[in-house]
Design a protein around this ligand. Structure first.
Ligand SMILES: Nc1nc2c(ncn2[C@@H]2O[C@H](COP(=O)(O)OP(=O)(O)OP(=O)(O)O)[C@@H](O)[C@H]2O)c(=O)[nH]1
Ligand SMILES: [K+]
Ligand SMILES: [Mg+2]
Length: 367
């Protein structure tokens, strides 16, 4: 019997078996078996390329991508089904979701792509299950939404953080403020704007020698950077700095005191998909963590459409607004008229480098 048939047989048996005290143990065993077989389905088959898995990658779409990361059966698919129109299979056994399932959350005129993903387990980063693919997807997202089970708080959070850390994902961190450039000659030039507390020329030199880098310029601009930060800078091409929001689901099943304790952790929201608790708050937090800006563009002689903003990333300028409208618009650019929080006077004549703010109105004047 192949794995798929075994899975089907167990599922049928589960459906047939009445739930009561006498069958509790047997049902537990069946669920364990089911999870194990489904985990096997996730294993790359011999011969397939690293992790294999057809159709796993989903095209990025919309204004931002949010990846749902968590252990099996914490409620990732339940959440997707709640906050988007997409239905992803929900069940009470591990590894129900075997591939990535995209949904769209429309909010504030923006389209946010939410990716439901298979559960990951300890060792995921080393290739257990679909772990590597799931983590690769997390790395490409604008926000990781880590779903945690309030009934099993414990160390889930730390374990998942370690898994992500080990493949170079840095959560809720800015890239270290160190200028680093490998040179062809000239030896190592180490400088710092003020003496770093946890780093010195000697350790930096030893690390670089180990990497066989003998010529480089290093300027430390932040006295609090650590050795780990410096290593991250050397390996910058393999590091991603991603925002992470933690959501404890199933708060309907724990005490109020426990909910309170969980909610006090940083970057954390508490929810119940089953009872529809905290979901509006969660969506609001997703939005604010993404730091997207809504820009209303106005063409001469046209009325403004406030329901159709152009959505750009934080730190965007008039230039990025032009690029989002059309690739060629910059060539004909004369100036922009801007109304809103980014200017002193409304409207104000601005150039391409002017930084825009949320809900600005921008009118591009072309040649
Ligand atoms: N008590 C309670 N149960 C929930 C809640 N949300 C989801 N569940 C249950 O948790 C189980 C797992 O839910 P799923 O949405 O399939 O979890 P998942 O994280 O997608 O699971 P995998 O795809 O297997 O990794 C199901 O039996 C759900 O009904 C909740 O808020 N409270
Ligand atoms: K499940
Ligand atoms: Mg699922």
């Amino acid at each position: 019997m192949g794995i798929l048939e075994k899975i089907q047989a167990i599922q049928e048996e589960l459906n047939r078996t009445q739930k009561n005290k006498a069958t509790e143990y047997h049902i537990g065993l069946l669920k364990g078996k089911l999870a194990r077989y489904r985990a096997q389905l996730l294993e790359p088959t011999p011969g397939s390329s690293a992790g294999g898995g057809q159709g796993f990658e989903v095209q990025k779409s919309g204004d931002a991508r949010i990846a749902l990361i968590g252990f099996p059966s914490v409620g990732k698919s339940s959440l997707l089904s709640k906050i988007t129109k997409t239905k992803s299979e929900v069940a009470n056994y591990a590894f129900t979701t075997l591939t990535s399932v995209p949904g769209v959350l429309e909010y504030n005129g923006a389209e946010l792509q939410i990716l439901d993903l298979p559960g990951i387990i300890q060792g995921a980063s080393e290739g257990k299950g679909r772990g590597r693919q799931v983590i690769a997807t997390a790395k490409t997202s604008d926000l990781i939404l880590m779903i945690l089970d309030a009934t099993k708080a414990g160390d889930q959070r730390a374990i998942l953080e370690r898994e992500l850390e080990s493949v170079g994902i840095r959560l809720n961190k800015d890239p270290p403020n160190i200028y680093f450039k490998v040179k062809k000659q000239g030896g190592l030039k180490f400088n710092a704007t003020s003496p770093p507390k946890y780093l010195d020329e000697k350790i930096v030199g030893s690390i670089l020698r180990d990497y066989k880098i003998h010529n480089a310029e290093i300027l430390v601009r932040d006295e609090n950077v650590t050795v780990e930060d410096f290593i991250d800078v050397i390996n910058a091409s393999h590091r991603s700095y991603v925002r992470c929001l933690y959501a404890y689901n199933k708060i309907d099943a724990v005490s109020l005191e426990e909910v309170d304790r969980l909610a006090k952790q940083p970057h954390t929201v508490v929810i119940s998909c089953e009872l529809d608790l905290g979901l509006d708050d969660l969506v609001e937090r997703i939005w604010s963590d993404l730091s997207l800006l809504r820009i209303y563009t106005k063409r001469r002689g046209q009325t403004l459409k406030f329901d159709e903003p152009l959505v750009v990333r934080s730190n965007s300028t008039v230039e990025s607004v032009c690029d989002s409208i059309h690739r060629s618009i910059k060539d004909q650019f004369r100036y922009a008229l801007v109304w809103g929080a980014s200017v002193k006077y409304s409207p104000q004549k601005c150039g391409l480098q002017h930084p825009v703010a949320d809900e600005d109105v921008v009118s591009i004047v072309t040649k």
